[in-house]
Ligand binder design. Sequence first.
Ligand code: AMP
Length: 499
Amino acid sequence: MTTFSELNLDPKVLKAISEAGYETPTPIQAGAIPAALTGQDVLGIAQTGTGKTASFTLPMIHLLGRGRARARMPRSLVLCPTRELAAQVAENFDIYAKHTKLTKALLIGGVSFKDQDALIDRGVDVLIATPGRLLDHFERGKLLLTGVQIMVVDEADRMLDMGFIPDIERIFNLTPFTRQTLFFSATMAPEIERITNTFLSNPAKVEVARAATTSENITQGVVMFKASRRDREGSEKRKLLRALIDKEGDACTNAIIFCNRKADVDITAKSLRKYGYNAEAIHGDLEQSHRMKTLEGFRNGDVRFLCASDVAARGLDIPAVSHVFNFDVPSHAEDYVHRIGRTGRAGRKGAAIMICSPRDEKYFDAVEKLVQIEIPRLENPVPTEAADPREEEGDDKRRSRSRRGKRGEDKRSDAPHAANTNEVQEVEAKEERQPRHEHKREDRHEHKRDDRREERNHDRNERGNRGNPRRNAREDSFIGMGDDVPEFIRLSFAERQAS
Ligand code: AMP
């Protein structure tokens, strides 16, 4: 087995690694670091949890050890699809570079341009950015990319999902041809392959086993759930979620609860709070500072249940998550793998429990096909006769004792929390009132509201639409019609949807 000292890294880097408590390099590190240190391009096929961040950060710090940053000309660039991921890379950089004098700047939306400009003006060695914010700075004439010696693209497959590939291509073209490229993706979709063929030069290809063709440490289960009435689906599903949490008892120290839609992320968090669970929401429409605070709370145990969308939670490194609940079956099967990969990390045991309603069954089939196992069916712990939402409250009170986890600090009371009660009750009442056809319409729009677009939209709202016609077309896309729907067809669809 390779050791870190065999990797010929700068002693300052080795010291930081040992202080971080790492003993041996992970397979992606053992494969990527030696190639990167020779100046070769690297194509890493690996996902979060494999130690990939260090596999590019460590050689970067080593290679940048010599030389000095010049004003407005960063010497290296790390591109990440989401702000959280960029912030996480920045944190990693701080840990590994603590014995060096290297400087960094983090360019992400939701942070003032002024402070970021000031850092760039002074000159930074490492610039960590989301593509939108980086191009904003570039277009404002505040940044030159001609000094970039090393460029990292992290989570390229997610960049593709979020429509960032044209931005990435543009950024590649703004950096010198002679740069070294370290490119990471969990999967190699044809579009990703095209990019790597175009912009990487004879890369060392390092592929690590897809940890997530579901790790053996993770116990999986699914509850096949059918609401007693279509218009009660939301409230009954939330009741089921609470019952599933309660059933796990003390084993559930904390959990990430994934919903497909931002609105459901909010409602689920509010609903859980109403019933006394310590829950917060995180998704792309929330202020960056709020998102960071929530994440920090979840990391340090102040928040026990994190209700999240895929984009907001993707790639986040939170080592000790005991449970993942999939409130919805993800509509993209590979997201299941990413979601449940939030638990069972670093050799720990984890549990992943999913709720599947009849309309999600097609997605569920795709998930089982992908993970190549039959996910065990769990019994619905909610007694059928108690499925009526009017009984929720009393039922919950009875269960209040069992749902207290190890972290007894859940600031819960048995009575629903007054501040949130009205909002959730309003939603629940609205669900009851909503005529059936509206639900159908919601289904049709499901993909349009899919959370994978949230970060992209959020960043674009901030920087104004720079007019990428392909991306705009995608955003207005109609399911089954592809990306470039002629205007007249779009009009007729819009009319029908409005009716
Ligand atoms: P990543 O895949 O970069 O998100 O890393 C996943 C987790 O593994 C992070 O918590 C890292 O701190 C940790 N990690 C990275 N490299 C090592 C290593 N060589 N030994 C132990 N833990 C590591």
